[in-house]
Every structure is written in structure tokens, then in C-alpha cells.
Design a protein around this ligand. Sequence first.
Ligand code: PEP
Length: 246
Amino acid sequence: MGRRKLVVGNWKMNGLRAQLGEVEAIGGLARDHAAVEVGLCLPATLIAAADGVKGGAFIGAQDCHMKANGAHTGCLSAVMLAEAGASWTIVGHSERRQDQGETDADIAAKALAAKAAGLKVILCVGESLDVRDAGNAEAVVSAQLLASLPEGAASDWLAIAYEPIWAIGTGRIPTMEAVATMHAALRAALASRIGADADAMRILYGGSMNGDNAAELLAIADVDGGLIGGASLTAEKFAPVIAAAA
Ligand code: PEP
């Protein structure tokens, strides 16, 4: 099957020019581990400067607008992010679904706008703790994925990130069995929509992944990489995750 591992840092609302040295160091790690595709989704204010020091890593954005331009004060389009130097963007992160009220339909539209601008896309899905405790997380997250999946979804431009909301930034992670079950369910959901190409689509795990748990998580059959918040902010913390993926 040969899905190349994809390991992506999400810096969220963290990072000033003073942290460009970390971007450069992570770019060096990416060059040293070419078997792994490594990227950093940065605050938009850093993308252009980071593009010059990214080494073997790609630079991505964390969101984009669904329109290419227009009267949307404070928003950034995928075209603008691509011009600044981004080659990927996240869409549908749970923090945006919650804080900005983004719907599944918004997220599908954003993914299509990103593709039209030439960006690759990481589409995030994940359940709340209530859903996990109710015992139907696989059904809920599979439905969320299918509702957020853009027209023409294909493995050459789209990756999925499964991020249980209760695991993000908390230090808690699901059991390895729960991660394996969810990723298999999401691949089956993808297959129901896109057929055989589901086998090639990368499904990342995200939520408190770090140097201590990355090797075990990344060894799960359907886990094709990670989306990493806190543990991607410095090269020192990110290095063992990248090494585990390699
Ligand atoms: C994230 O926000 O995508 C994330 C996974 O964060 P953390 O690794 O800090 O839990």
C-alpha cells in the first residue's frame, strides 16, 4: 500500500519571528528524515518568512476562507496563503468548529477553495468526550467525515486527521485499540465514498501525540502520521515524533 507517513505540526496561535529558528531546525530534521513528509502549519503572519528557512519541511496554513477574495474583513483566502508560501492548509480543526461555529458544509467548501488554489488539505474530524462515553464515536465521526468531505476528494491532495476533541492539549489519548478501531472505520467510510483510493488516503492521528507515545500510535496499521500541537513547537520536542515516523 505504501502510504508515506505525514507528520504535521499545528502551531495554532503561537509563534513570532523569534521562533523562526525552530522552523529552520525542524526543516533540518525533515531533510534528515526524507522518508517522512514533515510540515508545519503556522500562523499566517509567519508563512512568508518561514518559506525561506523551511529546509525539507513544507509550510502550511491552519485555515482558509471558502472564497478567493471579497468583502470578508480579517479573513485570508487560500490564494493569498498559497502566494505567501503555503502548500498545505488545515481545515475543520475542532477549535475552529467550536470557536468560529464552522459547519461540515463550510469545511467542505474551504477544502475545495484550497484545492482550487493549489493547496493540499488536512481535514480534521473528531468526537467530544460525551460522544466517546456514549459508545458511538465511530458512527458519529464517520458521519462527520462524510459530511465534511469535499467533491472530488482524492488521496493526492487530501489527508484526514482524526483528533478526539478531549485528547487535544490534555495529555490524554485514547487506547491504542480505540485509535485502531476509529481509523479502520474512517477508512471504510472513505471507501464507501471514493472507492479504492481510500487505501491511499492518509489518516493522521492528532491529540496529545508526543515523543513518548508517537512510536506506538504510528505503528497502528491505519495510522499514517500525526497532527501535533504542543509537541511541534520546538525542534527538541518534535524530533522524537519525526524519528518515530521514520
Ligand atoms: C491539535 O491541535 O491539532 C493537536 C493535536 O494539539 P496537541 O498535540 O497539543 O494535543
